[in-house]
Design a protein around this ligand. Structure first.
Ligand code: GDP
Length: 528
């Protein structure tokens, strides 16, 4: 195998999806602990405590105790290079999570054993399903009283419509959660240690015929395990790696991120089953990761992570070739050639400069102000990777600048925030960018907009919320703002000069659509 193939094969790039509070921060930290990237778990915890998690960069996140942006962490484990793409848990930033999932090769779906499949889990699951990426399930908080494991599997099937295969099975529940039974090897792993989770947990392994192992469980725990296993063998789905690869079957693991129980067993199996970076579709067909030419796409832009430097990082998922520090790359949409001299990679605790990176890796490169979400970078070719679709906004606000003297900063600020995909920007056809209208999926996006315009660009704004709930992109011959206008809609233009019509509700939209058979109304903006 060539060096590049070898590097590709050992990489695993994934995102963790979950409902807030299921334990994503805790699990991420424990994965780092097992990867040796952290000596003592708890040292980068918790948003809710005084110390802040590695992934929480922005001041706003600290104030709110929520994760607004996603970060990337890389660590080594048993010869593998693991890239974890962190995603914001709050639903108002689901578009950001969606973009991050575009850069992942698989997903870990984290479920709270007491709560089962929650709202946000469902939404994110559907995104993964659409992308057809493999989904691995970790059922967390087994150290607490929760739903029965069999009921949880049933819930996966009923609520998410996915088949599941438990890779391991919990021994005991809640405070008596003592270990796991690994189905492929029939081995039992019993946990020992204080269960405080600060260090790697010690385990004792053996099988069901081992008296020392069986002796460590009480009779009822042993009986429950035997009954469950029999039932699983009889009634469960078959394991099929090809179905896992297509996202049709999810391998399920039980554990407790807090006490570290089951974390290593999960990581160990996950790296074996999760896919390495593979080929990607582009405007000129399939691009293989091992092809010589470097290429990648921007899936996230993040500004001012360090307030002392006014820098802006574009996060690029490498899709093919080798990245070398200082190399020249072409920004395909503008044709500009730029030198990547200051690329960063994100290790457990801080960003460090990197010299070399491979497909599957994420690099942070300084954005000279030209990048937009979805842009392709190559060495010389002109192809583009599939565009990252935008969400259809459901909330709208008009933003007014209070101090006209700050107009220049205001324009610069909204330009940048739009390029980052923090909000979508629209303008009135007649008055240009004077008091632009912004569209968002969640209300917190407007708060981020206001906060960042104030803190990063020094402009004072007022936000006027508008009474619309739907945006439709109007397509057709010879459309004009006047022909689209009605009593109670609002006709705007997007950055690509498409007409966008805002409606108060579904009823208003239906009425309008009937009146205009010559217009096709699209739910999402046409992909540029
Ligand atoms: P996130 O919002 O998904 O990132 O969740 P956090 O990792 O911040 O965890 C939310 C809460 O659940 C915190 O108080 C954690 O200490 C707790 N937690 C996480 N994992 C476990 C677990 O395995 N068992 C128990 N009992 N609590 C957990």
């Amino acid at each position: 195998m060539s060096e590049i193939q070898n590097e590709i094969q050992r990489r695993r790039t994934f995102a963790i999806i979950s409902h807030p509070d299921a334990g994503k921060t805790t699990l991420t930290e424990k994965l780092l602990l097992y990867g040796g990237a952290l000596r003592l778990a708890g040292s980068v915890k918790s948003r809710k405590s005084k110390q802040h998690a590695v992934s929480d960069w922005m001041e706003l996140e600290k104030q709110r105790g929520i994760s607004v942006t996603s970060s990337v962490l890389q660590f080594d484990y048993q010869g593998h290079k693991i890239n974890i793409l962190d995603t914001p848990g709050h639903q108002d930033f689901s578009e950001d999570t969606y973009r991050t999932l575009m850069a992942a090769d698989s997903a870990v779906m984290l479920i709270d054993a007491a709560k089962g499949v929650e709202e946000q889990t469902k939404k994110l699951f559907h995104v993964c399903r659409q992308r057809g990426i493999p989904i691995f399930t970790f059922i967390n908080k087994m150290d607490r009283h929760g739903k029965e494991p069999l009921d949880l599997l049933d819930e996966l099937e009923k609520v998410l419509n996915i088949k599941s295969y438990p890779m391991n099975w919990p021994i005991g529940r809640g405070r008596d959660f003592k270990g796991i039974y690994e189905r492929s090897t029939s081995k039992i792993e019993l946990f020992s240690g204080n269960g405080h989770g600060a260090t790697v947990v010690a385990t004792k392994t053996g099988d069901l015929s081992d008296p020392a192992i069986v002796g460590a469980m009480d009779q009822s725990t042993y009986q429950l395990l035997k009954d469950d296993l029999e039932l699983l063998d009889l009634a469960g789905d078959e394991f099929d790696l090809a179905m896992v690869a297509r996202g049709e079957l999810t391998p399920v693991f039980f554990g407790s991120a807090l006490t570290n129980f089951g974390v290593e067993a999960f990581l160990h199996s996950f790296i074996k089953m999760a896919p390495a970076p593979h080929e990607k579709n582009s405007s000129v067909g399939i691009i293989q990761p091992e092809q010589q030419e470097f290429s990648g796409f921007v899936f996230k832009i993040q500004a001012n992570m360090d307030p002392s430097h006014r820098d802006r990082l574009a996060f690029v998922r490498i899709c093919s070739g080798v990245f070398n520090r200082g190399m020249m790359v072409k920004h395909v949409p503008t044709g500009k050639v730029i030198r990547l001299s200051q690329s960063k990679q994100f290790m457990a605790q801080d960003a460090s400069t990197i010299d070399e990176a491979y497909p599957g890796d994420i690099i942070g490169i300084f954005d000279p102000g030209i990048f937009r979400i979805g842009d392709t970078l190559t060495e010389k070719s002109n192809f583009t990777y599939e565009a990252i679709p935008k969400f259809s906004p459901e909330l709208f606000a008009r933003v007014h600048l209070r101090d006209a003297m700050k107009r220049k900063q205001f324009v610069k600020g909204i330009e940048q925030l739009t390029n980052e995909g923090a909000v979508q920007r629209f303008r009135y056809p007649d008055i240009g960018l004077e008091s632009p209208v912004f569209g968002a999926v969640g209300i917190l996006q407007f708060e981020v907009l206001e906060y960042r315009l104030t803190h990063e660009y020094g402009v004072d704004i007022s936000i006027e919320h508008l009474p619309y709930t739907m945006a439709r992109w109007a397509m057709g011959e010879n459309l004009t703002a006047r022909s689209l206008k009605s009593m109670d809609n609002l006709v705007l233009l997007d950055d690509d000069d498409y007409f966008v019509v805002l409606f108060r509700n579904q009823w208003a939209f239906n009425w309008e659509a009937e009146r205009h058979p010559e217009v096709t109304y699209l739910e999402h903006p046409p992909i540029r």
